[in-house]
Write a protein that binds this ligand. Structure first.
Ligand code: B1M
Length: 213
């Protein structure tokens, strides 16, 4: 089993996008827990890629091919996470903030939230504040989820919260934040309603926030 996960991890690291779907399917067929496929193979591969990039061993194109490979693998798992149609628990608006194009983590969080029965409206990446405010109003979202992977785009989360206040929308929606450079201290500092370190925590947090209304 762990050998299969190792192979999967290497495939993502090496950007073997043509082979990844078949390998993920084999892992699923052999009964490996989906969370292990996600955490121990796919996410773990991106950590290796991040380190190699930081160390100057690889460049953006290689990072991009690995990201694409990871996405293909995740897409294969997605239908299994959202198999049970459960009554909607609440509406969540998700996005990666303006200036930031990283969407793998955001997509993973979205999938897990959908799997947990939330209706998720995914606005994509590089989302401007105007668009967020307009959609919060139109869709009457219970929660707004903001993702950021760059230290340079973290401050955009604060600007979103300030804009919600200015527009008189802050009390209508809970704001949750996440992404590799974000932590609880930062979330508290900018006045977010919650921080989640990963997709599983995001589901837990969303459940808590919706139940307290
Ligand atoms: Co970028 N990149 N990247 N990159 N990239 C990082 C983030 C970096 C840490 C790499 C490094 O130097 N080690 C670094 C940021 C440094 C910094 O800010 N301090 C970096 C850089 C510098 C850049 C560029 C500037 C490079 C350049 O062009 N010179 C550029 C910026 C582009 C832009 O956004 N404007 C860039 C570009 C890219 C690619 C496009 C090539 C590609 C992204 C492809 C895509 O997403 N479609 C990419 C990738 C793949 C990475 C790394 C390697 C992997 C990110 C990832 O997908 N991780 C990353 C290094 C790393 O993080 N190890 C890196 C897997 C994913 C599942 O984890 O996104 O953390 P993550 O999500 C987690 C949690 O954070 C959390 O749950 C998820 C699941 O557990 N979470 C939430 C995330 N959002 C949440 C929201 C929530 C709750 C939890 O609630 C709302």
């Amino acid at each position: 089993m762990s050998e299969m996960l190792e192979i999967l991890k290497e495939m993502v690291v090496d950007g073997k996008h043509k082979e990844i779907e078949a390998q993920v399917q084999s892992a699923i067929d052999s009964g490996i827990d989906l969370n292990r496929i996600i955490n121990d193979a796919l996410i773990s591969a991106m950590d290796i890629i991040g380190k190699r990039f930081a160390d100057g061993e690889i460049y953006v194109p290689e990072m991009l091919v690995s990201a694409m490979t990871m996405k293909l693998g995740l897409e294969k798992i997605k239908p299994l996470l959202t198999e049970d149609e459960i009554e909607t628990k609440g509406t969540i608006l998700m996005c990666t903030v303006k200036g930031d194009l990283h969407d793998i983590g955001k997509n993973l969080v979205t999938m897990m939230l959908e799997g947990a029965g939330f209706k998720v409206i995914d606005l994509g990446v590089d989302v401007k504040i105007d668009k967020l405010l307009q959609t919060v109003k139109e869709k009457k979202a219970d929660i707004l989820g903001l993702s950021a992977l760059l230290t340079t785009t973290m401050p955009e989360m604060h600007r979103v919260i300030e804009a919600l206040e200015v527009e008189g929308l802050r009390d209508n929606v809970k704001v949750i934040v996440g992404g590799a450079p974000i932590d609880k201290k930062f979330a508290d500092k900018i006045g977010a309603d919650g921080y989640a370190k990963d997709a599983a925590e995001a589901v837990q947090l969303a459940r808590e926030l919706v139940s307290v209304g």
